[in-house]
Design a protein around this ligand. Structure first.
Ligand SMILES: Nc1nc2c(c(=O)[nH]1)N[C@H]1C(S)=C(S)[C@@H](COP(=O)(O)OP(=O)(O)OC[C@H]3O[C@@H](n4cnc5c(=O)[nH]c(N)nc54)[C@H](O)[C@@H]3O)O[C@H]1N2
Ligand SMILES: Nc1nc2c(c(=O)[nH]1)N[C@H]1C(S)=C(S)[C@@H](COP(=O)(O)OP(=O)(O)OC[C@H]3O[C@@H](n4cnc5c(=O)[nH]c(N)nc54)[C@H](O)[C@@H]3O)O[C@H]1N2
Ligand SMILES: [Mo]
Length: 774
């Protein structure tokens, strides 16, 4: 098939038949179809395991089996019958493995034994758990300072694992906790904590059932949170408005077919999920919300003049907020032409959004990476909060703010203290409970950790899950930084590229997955997770572990900690004999977890509580805070502007339908009509013509950044796509070489993965050859 034929626009609804076909294919492909179907039926049910996919939550009362196509893929990917065992590593050297694609690497199956890198043969060789722990302890204890080690966490780690890990690392002496959240919802946490006093969403599942309008901003739930489509569709059915703000017309947001409603599928009918769809410029959301505020302010003044009912919720503003006057002055001062130009929307679009917002009694704002991965993400989210505060849309049923989290327990990991900027309260609580002097220095986030390794300041890198080498920006540079380490350690379920970017010493420590039975001294154990609505619940693995040599994440952390620190500050091995002991320590240390073990008995788990939802504001002023930010002059970085090269396009990097972050389940992106390829770039037909090129042409993408480093990805196929002019979209992680390490969000250090100024060049001869080989 030619590249162009592999692009076929998708005409069906999201989910529905297409999803079932895809699920069946992935079941059959996993070699363990029947067991996995049985396991799947227990996902997200009391007594089963929590879906290892996304962090979306369920209606707590709803006992129905809930799963989605992409949750099914996540289960199957973990529960595969294929094994990456010592014989596999004996056959393939690390350099040979490094020549394979990311897809091939993970496809090989589950890691089965602890492996140590042998530089002499360039191969991983089997090692024992005890030798592995001893090697880690030797390296850690040889450092001049504990701050020379980096401890990464990916968001699948359970609460129990995360709590033990942070205790180990702080007892060792550092707050160097780079984590996936740094690259994800960091901006949501920063902006909400400052203005509302909580770093988490203020809504629970039921709020979605009572909202009159739900804004879905910079988020593609059809792929990344498929179970969210159902409440959205229900909302539209009962007459609520769903307003989507996304430059791409994402299929899941347009129409949705429920895979568990047989009648609807037989008729091949589908119901709309959205009532309005705005397509802003990349990074244009702050301008849009500023424009909405301008309309609201104008209507409020009109209402005051004519004696009509007020537009603002004055009682709420008076009692609960501060800073509105300064904010409204900034709204007045922001000129319309600037708003229109930066938002990429017409005045009429902005007026419509503002009118829909005003008309709705109760409004929920949901968002994900389209808002968080920009330089100005914090002021952008704070602008959304400003608009919500104007009409009292925080802290009442059916209204609020909902940053929709990514990894299934990324929110819980933060709650457990995986935080490079821990609060004083957290550190005091740990110190009091465990009686050791905790490190008070702010630690490294992901970007800073890469910098520290690059400069040779950090020498040990340990990762609790994830794929740091691929998920982070500036890929060649990040790989170089990792290679400078004395030791790299990966606790993982599947082989990925990070394991092949080794320090002088390197370990792969294979762990149990969420789906597997976890037996410790006191019998089978459950672990707990927190979903995006702050519901905490227990998860019990159902499947036989893929290898008898696997250990659980808590057991591995205990092993590393005991080897490094002995019994300080706790008896690590005793603790992991029964995870309820870890939960007792959590209950002693962290607010909201009193009687943790008892409360888990409650079907569906328990809610952690959210002060902002109670209209209690744990902010500096004790009130909800309006923020008077200035709309950025120009979204293109000042350094890039000085280069005197005009970018051809602004690129966003995103997920296909067949991937879980750096894990590729397949090479299709069904809803966007792409099959069997990933090195593609979506550009409007008009822009392709302007570039003097044709759809299907091979191009190199070159990032613009004023540091004289070349950042280029080669041999991408141009796809003519329904995308606003001036924009391009391509998949992550392939495009991470284009994201400069220094291009990150103000105050968040989140790489600007949704805003990269690029030039598009005809593919160089060498990239055409490599593309032909691939
Ligand atoms: N199946 C599956 N599920 C997942 C994941 C996965 O990879 N696969 N990843 C998990 C994780 S860790 C996360 S964080 C979430 C990610 O969930 P999403 O945030 O939905 O993921 P992205 O693919 O990055 O999609 C970003 C969306 O924002 C839009 N967008 C980009 N830039 C802008 C902008 O400037 N403004 C606006 N308004 N929109 C913009 C894009 O067009 C795209 O639709 O999903 C989680 N769930
Ligand atoms: N350009 C660009 N870059 C991005 C993003 C983007 O949108 N654009 N998104 C960012 C976001 S939102 C995120 S969250 C990060 C994700 O960054 P990470 O969380 O680091 O990456 P993942 O791809 O989710 O990690 C996958 C690996 O986790 C391991 N794994 C899977 N399950 C388990 C388990 O149960 N236990 C353990 N120990 N290991 C397990 C497997 O070995 C698998 O290979 O990437 C970020 N990077
Ligand atoms: Mo994420």
């Amino acid at each position: 098939m030619s590249q162009v034929e592999r692009y076929k626009p998708y005409k069906g609804a999201a989910a529905g038949w297409g999803a079932l076909v895809a699920v069946t294919r992935s079941w059959l492909g996993s070699k363990k179809a029947l067991t996995n179907i049985r396991a799947m039926l227990k996902t997200n049910q009391n007594g089963g395991f929590d879906c290892p996919g996304c962090a979306w939550g369920e209606s707590p009362e709803n006992g129905m089996v809930k799963f989605c196509e992409n949750g099914a893929k996540a289960v199957n990917w973990e529960a595969t019958g294929r094994l990456v065992n010592p014989a596999f590593f004996a056959k393939h050297s690390v350099s040979a493995l490094a020549a394979q694609t990311d897809y091939w690497l993970e496809y090989q199956g589950r890691l089965t034994h602890p492996m140590r890198y042998d530089a002499a043969t360039d191969k991983y060789v089997e090692t024992s758990w005890e030798e592995a722990y001893a090697l880690i302890a030797r390296h850690l204890n040889a450092l001049e300072s504990p701050h020379q080690a980096e401890f990464y966490t990916s968001g699948r780690a359970s609460n129990e694992a995360a709590f033990l890990y942070q205790l180990f690392v702080r007892a060792f002496g550092t707050n160097n906790f780079p984590d996936c959240s740094n690259m994800c919802h960091e901006a949501s946490g920063v902006s909400m904590k400052e203005t509302l006093g909580v770093g988490k969403g203020t809504v629970v599942f039921h709020d979605l059932e009572h909202a009159d309008a739900i804004f879905v901003i910079g988020q593609n739930p059809g792929t990344n949170h498929p179970r969210m489509l159902e409440p959205l569709r229900e909302a539209v059915e009962r007459g609520a408005q769903v307003i989507c703000i996304n430059p791409l017309k994402e299929r899941g947001l347009e129409r949705f077919q429920h895979p568990q409603h047989p009648l609807e599928m037989l008729g091949n009918g589908s119901k709309p999920t959205s009532s309005a769809y705005l397509r802003p410029a990349l990074g244009g959301d702050m301008a849009l919300f500023r424009g909405m505020a301008k309309f609201l302010l104008q209507w409020e003044r009109d209402a005051q003049a004519s004696g009509e009912p007020a537009v603002f919720d004055h009682a709420f503003i008076q009692e609960h907020t501060t800073g509105m006057d300064a904010y409204l002055a900034e709204v007045d001062a922001t000129p319309w032409p600037h708003i229109i130009e930066q938002s990429g929307l017409s005045l009429a679009d902005i007026e419509m959004a503002a009118a829909m917002y005003r008309k709705a009694e109760r409004v929920i704002m949901c968002w994900a990476m389209g808002l968080t991965q920009h330089k100005h993400s914090v002021p952008t989210i704070q602008e959304v909060i400003n608009v919500q505060l104007l009409r009292g849309n925080v802290g009442r049923p059916g209204a609020g703010l909902s940053p929709v989290r990514g990894h299934s327990n990324v929110q819980g990991d933060r709650t457990m203290g995986i935080d490079e900027k821990p609060s004083k309260a957290l550190l005091d609580a740990i110190e009091q409970r465990f009686k050791f002097t905790v490190p008070r220095e702010v630690g490294h986030n992901a970007v800073q950790a890469i910098g520290a390794m690059e400069r040779g300041e950090a020498k040990v890198f340990i990762a609790l899950g994830g794929n740091f080498a691929q998920a982070t920006p500036d890929t060649p540079r990040t790989h170089e930084a990792l290679r400078k380490c004395d030791l790299t350690v990966h606790i993982a379920t599947k082989l990925n590229r990070s394991h092949l970017v080794t320090g002088r010493d390197a370990l792969i420590l294979p762990c149990l997955g969420r789906t597997e039975i976890d037996v410790q001294v006191n019998g089978p154990q459950g672990i707990t997770v927190e979903d995006t609505f702050s519901m905490v619940h227990i998860s019990h693995g159902q499947l036989k572990p893929r290898s008898p040599a696997l250990r659980s994440e808590p057991a591995i952390i205990a092993g590393m900690a005991a080897a490094t620190l002995g019994n300080h500050p706790v008896d690590w091995h005793w603790l992991v004999g029964d995870y309820s002991r870890i939960r007792d320590l959590i209950a002693d240390t962290l607010p909201g977890f009193a009687n943790f073990n008892e409360r888990l008995q409650h079907p569906g788990g328990f809610h952690l509580g959210n002060s902002a939802a109670q209209r209690v504001w744990k902010t500096a002023s004790g009130k909800a805070q309006f923020t008077a930010s200035i709309l950025p002059d120009d979204l293109v970085n000042a350094g890039v502007r000085k280069m005197n090269v005009t970018p051809d396009l602004i690129l966003q990097t995103m997920r296909s339908h067949d991937q879980y972050n750096t894990t590729l389940y397949g090479l299709d992106d069904r809803y966007r009509g792409v099959y069997g390829m990933r090195d593609v770039v979506f550009v409007s037909e008009a822009d392709i013509r302007k570039l003097g090129m044709q759809p299907g042409d091979k191009v190199d993408l070159v990032a613009l950044w004023d540091d004289n480093r070349e950042r280029r990805v080669k041999g991408f196929t141009l796809i003519a796509y329904d995308i606003p002019e001036g924009q391009a979209a391509a998949y992550y992680p392939e495009t991470n070489p284009l994201v400069p390490l220094e291009s990150y969000g103000d105050r968040t250090y989140t790489p600007t993965s949704k805003f990269i100024a690029i030039k598009v060049e005809k593919a160089s001869a060498s990239s055409l050859i490599s593309a032909a080989v691939a």
